[in-house]
Write a protein that binds this ligand. Structure first.
Ligand code: COA
Length: 703
């Protein structure tokens, strides 16, 4: 077994490439790939392979990999599925580093076994597999077009990683139509071995790549992807288009966390956490790619809108809110800068309204002033067609200002709405790389994407805080459940687990006799709550297994008898381990906190407004674990109900620090034991600031 893993750089920058299944038949994929490699001017050596030998496009054809006199970095496999394994064995014997397998007929049609066999063999022999079921790859650095997609791929700075081959091929065409140059496009297909995270290892430091676009249908090793994406987004913008309806987790029905953590919600939240920009359509993704590949980064948040129409200014203002673009609002400074350039009936409040009589010259002056101002960091320049429009003056005005802003290191985006002439102008400028849109919302969305990336880059790197937890003590609690072949902890065991993690729980004790119950109640202090402890009775209150608000020994004694009676009546042979006596906690705000192992992303954490409304409100937020303190704060701030924690209408602020602490502790608890699959506290009662919180009920499921 070879432990050596080849450097991913050799996949993108191979020194020699073989095409196994190269064909003389121009209608076959094995021909097209050789043709694309040759006509694109690949700088390395090319070795077509076909048992028949001969010549293709002037290249000598070798009967097998063994006959090639050179070392091969990449061997593209274009033979029918049933011949792939043998081909891979031959490649391994020849020391090939990467085998992109174009062939279909594997896990995508249920043939998982063959796919696994191929990958296992390849990995054992120090070789890595791309695909299978892919269209190939294009890489600008060695000028390699090893795909059966279009021949002419525009060179540029956007790298695309796609799970869908057909969509990838279409995106090459679309990129050309949009004049968007590519630095790489690579299809991952079934992702049997190499996945997005592997490819990012190359693309993140790759100099020619300024933006990375990924089309993802499903995530396999999400925990690693999260680590790589967090780093990647610090370097360059990463845009994701995600398709595929929300597939709920394997134990979705078993907990609120499970059912609330639909795949879409979790994916969204985790992409945000990683600074990834999630585009909702291909057009939007392309707009962002093009813009982010050329735009400079802003130096601050203050954006100014310059317009000749009130309406379009209002639409842009709304869109700025949606896409988190901050509008500069120092009215005095705005007036000082723009009053000399704006008619009296215009406006110097942001949006700056130059009014319907504005010509290219008015725009020129306003844009120049914005460019020179140190307090303005970005500009949205909007234009509605009027009778004063003429292409001859607007074209150089827009293009000239774009370049001047680029040189000044200040982002600018244009929008022009109008008839045929305006559309032609927009189209022409777009082809020349100027960020201009007919739809003002698209223009704002581009700036929003830039700012989202800028904010993520600017925020300090957060260290995750995983707290030390006594794993031996956890083991002891889990042991009892394992002995009884339970996949869940009983309430008092779950509580025990929380105590180990120093999460506050109500004072409690298990009583096995009436005397013990009364003694415990005296010790804990009244009022108390009594609850049956039984693995056979899950919904305790439904069967009369719970009594609340017991204020004295007599009430405890009465409740003790009633609970036993009710439970016996419900299930005569239920095993009753005892009656739990616990402190009745005062009411407060109810929060739900959950942690679980997501099938795609591994350990995740959830917080939401708790109590009985959690399923209805769905006001929850997620993060992939581990998290830091700032992540915990951000999770709370993402909740729509966050203002309730701050206190509304004269209410006192809640103990937010304590909630943050519990969040970090619950996350650490899940990470402390692989055996725990799900932890849910519902509710965590949160009191006023300084008064703490208490986990009233906890549910723990085991793997
Ligand atoms: N070594 C070298 N060459 C071999 C070989 C081997 N072990 N086995 C077969 N070949 C040759 C064949 O002789 C043929 O060459 P020829 O034209 O000179 O006879 C060539 O390889 C191709 O084999 P063929 O049997 O003609 O298959 P094909 O070209 O019709 O199809 C695939 C091969 C891989 C393209 C096809 O099986 C497939 O999977 N198609 C789907 C591809 C796809 O859509 N991928 C996903 C894109 S997103």
């Amino acid at each position: 077994m070879s432990t050596h893993t080849p450097d991913i750089k050799r996949l993108f920058e191979p020194r020699a490439v073989a095409v196994i299944g190269a064909s003389l038949d121009p209608n076959k994929i094995g021909y097209k790939i050789v043709q694309n490699i040759v006509t694109n001017g690949y700088v390395g050596k090319v070795f077509p392979i076909n048992p028949k030998g001969g010549e293709i496009l002037g290249l000598r054809v070798y009967p097998s990999v063994h006959d090639i006199p050179d070392e091969i970095d990449v061997a593209l496999v274009v033979v029918p599925a049933k011949a792939v394994f043998q081909t891979v064995q031959e490649c391994a014997a020849h020391g090939v580093k990467f085998v992109p397998i174009i062939s279909s007929g594997f896990s995508e049609v249920g043939n998982l076994e063959e796919e696994r066999k191929i990958v296992a063999y390849a990995r054992e022999h120090g070789m890595r597999v791309l695909g299978p079921n892919i269209f190939g790859l294009y890489s600008v650095t060695p000028s390699l077009n090893a795909s059966f997609g279009p021949r002419d791929i525009p060179k540029g700075n956007v790298a695309i990683v796609t799970q869908s081959g057909a969509l990838g091929v279409a995106m090459i065409g679309k990129a050309a139509a949009e004049s968007m140059g590519l630095s790489a496009i690579i299809s991952v297909g079934n992702k049997a071995d190499i996945d997005e995270a592997d490819l990012l290892e190359y693309l993140v430091p790759h100099r020619e790549t300024r933006v990375i676009l990924m089309y993802i249908e499903g995530v396999k090793n999400g925990a690693r992807l999260v680590q790589v994406l967090k780093r990647a987004s610090k370097e360059k913008p990463v845009i994701v288009i995600k398709a595929g309806r929300s597939r709920r987790g394997a134990i979705a029905a078993a907990s609120h966390t499970g059912s609330l953590a639909g795949a879409t919600e979790v994916f969204d939240a985790i992409m945000r956490q990683c600074g990834v920009l999630r585009a909702s359509s291909i057009q939007e993704a392309f707009n962002w790619c093009k813009f982010l590949a050329i735009s400079v980064l802003p130096q601050g948040a203050e954006t100014v809108i310059i317009t000749n129409g009130g309406g379009i200014g209002v639409i842009a203002t709304d869109a700025c809110e949606t896409y988190s673009v901050e509008l500069y609002d120092d009215l005095q400074i705005l007036e000082k800068i723009f009053a000399p350039l704006t008619p009296e009936f215009g406006s110097t409040k942001n949006p700056i309204d130059l009014t319907g009589q504005a010509t290219a010259e008015h725009y020129n002056r306003a844009l120049e002033a914005a460019r020179h101002s140190e307090t303005i960091h970005a500009v949205l320049a909007l234009y509605c067609e009027t009778a004063l429009f003429d292409v001859a003056s607007f074209e150089p005005m827009i293009e000239g200002n774009f370049h001047a802003f680029q040189e000044a290191g200040k982002p600018v985006v244009f929008s022009a709405l109008g008839g045929e002439k305006v559309e032609q102008l927009t189209e022409m400028l777009r082809r020349r790389g100027v960020p201009i849109f007919a739809d003002v919302t698209e223009a704002v969305a581009c700036l929003g994407a830039l700012y989202t990336h800028y904010r993520y880059r600017s925020q300090p790197e957060e260290l995750s805080q995983t707290l030390e937890i006594d794993t031996k003590a956890i083991e002891r609690v889990l042991e009892a459940a394992r002995r009884e072949h339970r996949a869940f902890l009983l309430a008092h065991e779950a509580q025990q687990l929380l105590r180990i993690a120093h999460i506050p729980v109500p004072k409690s004790a298990i009583a096995r006799t009436l005397d013990e119950a009364v003694r415990s109640a005296d010790e804990i202090g009244y009022p108390v709550v009594l609850k049956v402890v039984s693995r056979d009775i899950l919904h305790k209150s439904d069967v009369g297994g719970v009594a609340l608000d017991l204020g004295n020994p007599q009430e405890v004694a009465d409740a003790y008898g009633a609970i036993l009676h009710n439970c016996r009546a419900y299930k005569p042979n239920a095993v009753i381990d005892g009656i739990e006596v616990s402190q009745q906690v005062a009411s407060g705000m109810q929060i739900i906190i959950g942690a679980r192992r997501d099938p795609s992303f591994g350990p995740i954490l959830m917080v939401g407004l708790g109590g009985i409304y959690v399923e209805v409100m769905k006001d929850v937020s997620f993060r992939a674990l581990p998290i830091g303190r700032q992540d915990a704060i951000d999770m709370l701030k993402e909740l729509k109900s966050y203002p309730l924690l701050l206190g509304v209408r004269g209410e006192e602020k809640r103990d937010i620090d304590m909630v943050i602490d519990v969040l970090l502790r619950v996350g650490s608890l899940l990470l402390a034991s692989e055996q725990i699959s799900d932890i849910e506290i519902n509710p965590l009662i949160v009191y006023e600031h300084g008064r703490g919180s208490v986990a009233v009920d906890a549910r723990v499921l085991l793997a």
